[in-house]
Design a binder for this molecule. Structure first.
Ligand code: 2IT
Length: 445
């Protein structure tokens, strides 16, 4: 770390005490972009780095609701509106017990650069709650969503801030959130993405983050003249992202040997294919069940821990932040892994990323590799604006094209700034320069 980066990060840590995940996300970007800022007097004069690490607005609110036994429950809601230089704030809502201000800030910070990479007109933000839908009834989830929107609606809207799903927020939650928003503002607005297909949603939005991550990985493999055909792949989730990544890997001829939840994983040496793959897609979204149900149905063993000791060619982490530690990275490299595409946000620790890069692994960071989800949210907004719905093929072709372009921009930028093949630098610098130039044009606001 250069002295300039060290000094800057010292201030970030002092201003945002205890926000470990936020420090980590900022540190990675600052390390990539400091050489760019040092060479550009306009950026330095405008205090671009100092401004860009400060959210435009962050709201935190009480979410009281009543559970099925009639007990009053209290959760905490967040929306961090990070940057609107490129468009309305845009980014998902995460409902998970781990959610706190640090997590939402790190996610919002990453989202601003990710959205810039999509080339669509979207700023960056993120929100959520420490409420977990797991183990709750539909009625409880609905009452929680209504209570959450009871405050959030004041801060959002189609030209202000456009939420979507993230971990714990899928089609069911988006429906309840949208319904309550519409009731409160008395307008049906093409707002919030991930909507139901019969009331303004986009085809492929559900699949987009998973498909997009695999498209990005396929582009990385192609730089070495390789394809997914015959590759062994480890995936660490089974939800929206993991299950659709699995679907796409199968389609491209790869073999997915693991899926996982937060504590356990399943290893299927012959691959999760056909019936099993279809069941994984429905497991949470339709059946509201976990890996135990899969294990029971197919007589598979539920193994403790993370799947990263499993030999594979490609790893697609789709779980929580920092789920790949240095030890995991060492095991992956030692077992022959040549490509890592981050489906989740910041699933690899800084040390793990360095190990991958030092060992010639193609490493696609989340803000580039998983940008297909939000890119397709952007396509959903476009369809809502023009009051049209595109076909599955049209949306998928646009998604593929966007992922190709992001891959290309990352590679070209990495090369132009003297670190060829470093997708982390490529994504961080390309995203930063786009947002920073827009901020320069818009003055000190
Ligand atoms: O991390 C992400 O990019 C998302 N959760 C999707 C955000 C969105 O607005 O579609």
């Amino acid at each position: 770390m250069s002295p300039a980066v060290q000094m800057f990060m010292h201030d970030v840590a002092a201003r945002n005490p205890g926000e470990r995940e936020f420090h980590q996300a900022v540190g990675e970007v600052v390390e990539s972009v400091m050489p760019v800022v040092e060479k550009q007097p306009e950026f330095r004069k405008a205090r671009m780095l100092e401004r860009i690490v400060e959210p435009e607005r962050a709201v935190m609110f009480r979410v009281p609701w009543v559970d099925d036994r009639g007990e009053v429950r209290v959760n905490r809601g967040f929306r961090v509106q990070f940057n609107s230089a490129l468009g309305p704030f845009k980014g998902g809502l995460r409902f998970h017990s781990s959610v706190n201000l640090s997590i939402v800030k790190f996610l919002g910070f990453e989202q601003m650069f990710k959205n810039a990479l999509t080339t669509l007109p979207m700023g960056g933000g993120k929100g959520g709650s420490d409420f977990s839908p797991k183990g709750k009834s539909d009625g409880e989830v609905m009452r929680f969503c209504q209570a959450f929107m009871g405050e959030l609606f004041r801060h959002v809207g189609p030209d202000t801030d456009v939420p979507a799903g993230d971990v714990g927020v899928g089609g069911r939650e988006i429906g309840y959130l949208f319904g309550q928003y519409k009731k409160l503002v008395n307008r049906f607005e093409g707002w919030i993405t991930g909507k139901g297909l019969n009331w303004g949603g986009s085809l492929i939005r559900k699949e987009a983050a998973g498909f997009g991550t695999v498209y990005f990985a396929a582009e990385m493999l192609a730089t070495r003249g390789q394809t997914f055909d015959g590759k062994t792949v480890c995936i660490s989730g089974y939800g929206n992202l993991g299950s659709h990544a699995l679907e796409k890997v199968n389609e491209l001829g790869g073999k997915v040997v693991t899926i996982a939840d937060e504590h356990n994983y399943i290893y299927e040496p012959d691959g999760i294919k056909g019936d099993k793959a279809r069941y994984v897609i429905d497991l949470w979204q339709v059946h509201r069940q976990g890996l135990e149900a899969y294990a029971e149905k197919y007589g598979a063993k539920l193994l403790p821990g993370r799947p990263w000791k499993t030999p594979c060619d490609v790893a697609i982490p789709t779980g929580a932040e920092n789920e790949i530690t240095l030890d995991d990275a060492k095991a992956l490299v030692a077992n022959g892994c040549k490509c890592v595409a981050e489906g989740a946000n910041m699933p690899s620790t800084a040390e793990a990323i360095k190990h991958f890069q030092d060992n010639g692994v193609l490493f696609g960071p989340g803000k580039a590799a998983n940008a297909g989800g939000v890119a397709t949210s952007g396509l959903e907004m476009t369809q809502n604006s023009i009051r049209m719905a595109w076909s599955r093929e049209e949306v998928d072709a646009k998604l593929k094209e966007i992922m190709k372009r992001i891959h290309c921009v990352c590679l070209e930028t990495a090369e132009a700034y003297g670190t060829p093949g470093n997708y982390v630098n490529g994504a961080n610098i390309a995203g930063f320069v786009k947002v920073a130039n827009a901020m320069l044009d818009q003055g000190v606001v």
